[in-house]
Design a protein around this ligand. Sequence first.
Ligand SMILES: Nc1ncnc2c1ncn2[C@@H]1O[C@H](COP(=O)(O)OP(=O)(O)OP(=O)(O)O)[C@@H](O)[C@H]1O
Length: 382
Amino acid sequence: MADEGLCVPDGTVVNSIEVRDVRKVFGAGENAFVALDTVSVSIRQNEFFTLLGPSGCGKTTLLRLIAGFDFPTSGQILLYGEDIAGLPPFKRPVNTVFQSYALFPHMSVAENIGFGLEMLGKPKSEIGARVAQMLRLVRMEHLADRKTSQISGGQQQRVALARALAPQPKVLLLDEPLSALDYKLRKEMQLELKRLQHETGITFIFVTHDQEEALAMSDRIAVMSSGRILQVGAPREIYDTPAERFVAEFIGETNFIETDFLGRDGAQARVKLPSGREIRAGLSDGHQPADKTWLVVRPEHAQLTGAEGALLAGTVENVVYLGTDTHFHLRLDHGPRFTVRRQNTSAQAAGHHASAGSNESFQPGQRAGVTFAEGTARVLRD
Ligand SMILES: Nc1ncnc2c1ncn2[C@@H]1O[C@H](COP(=O)(O)OP(=O)(O)OP(=O)(O)O)[C@@H](O)[C@H]1O
């Protein structure tokens, strides 16, 4: 069903939605609450774009402004370059899938999917053809005549998606649509949503507070906190090069080490670890660290070694076997905890234990050292 008009010519980036300096203040005077604080972001055509952040950070508010259910206090929202301030929700080529699917239980799957098209006054023949197409798209042809009260949660989710896609919106807004599903079904629907987005070519703006979901599905992610967008980037960029401490903490597991900033070395920072060792670490563009600065090291980028001469040293407190990997929790000599993650290999599973000195041999109570490649550690903004 990809609309020819939505194809991107090679190499050209077309912005589907542009949010410019949008503020949203609820209430007034002493009760004024800034839900969005000068947010700007460009979302590209055909993109799977995710708004990720903790509860209350403003994700739903931003979606509601794009949908037209509410208005910005100031700032602009452009759709393909045009300000849509004057367009009521039903005139915007934008549709929304909510967490609660809000299907009509007494209607069949097919009738639910066709409902929006009927409201738009489309001819019966067109509705029939579009509903059939949508049923195929979400793989629900065999349940077309079943009442929606008689299908499973995952199937209801598919019907809600088909209903929202049926009028062929240019942008689909999805507000935590998978949160009511159990873990296994959610994983399945994540793949399904990716496929639907790919096959329809529609821009998806997806809201979640689940970082794993965001990493798995998105072309790009905007990480939000307290009404602001802190960082926008591809999943790997956000994970590998978080710009701020909040982003590093919110996405994935992270070790923080307080270090002394010694100076710049080209695009890198020179820092002194609590052990006295000096290393180079990644630095975000334009960031001037303070004298005391946080260094972030992902658990999977660190390895255990002997304590003597290591970058950091401490005592192993716990070893937690998690099937795919094992976590080693250390108490460092200068106080904080540090986690090293090691992926378990088939050789280990088969009982061919690695040689002494590797992670394998470390047990609780034992002294251990930590090393990591200098390029993997980063200095962060607070
Ligand atoms: N109509 C309103 N009046 C006053 N405050 C509001 C209103 N709507 C939202 N807020 C506040 O604005 C902030 C952002 O709300 P929003 O629903 O956008 O958060 P969210 O990131 O989507 O959170 P969640 O993940 O819990 O849905 C919250 O603190 C919320 O209490």
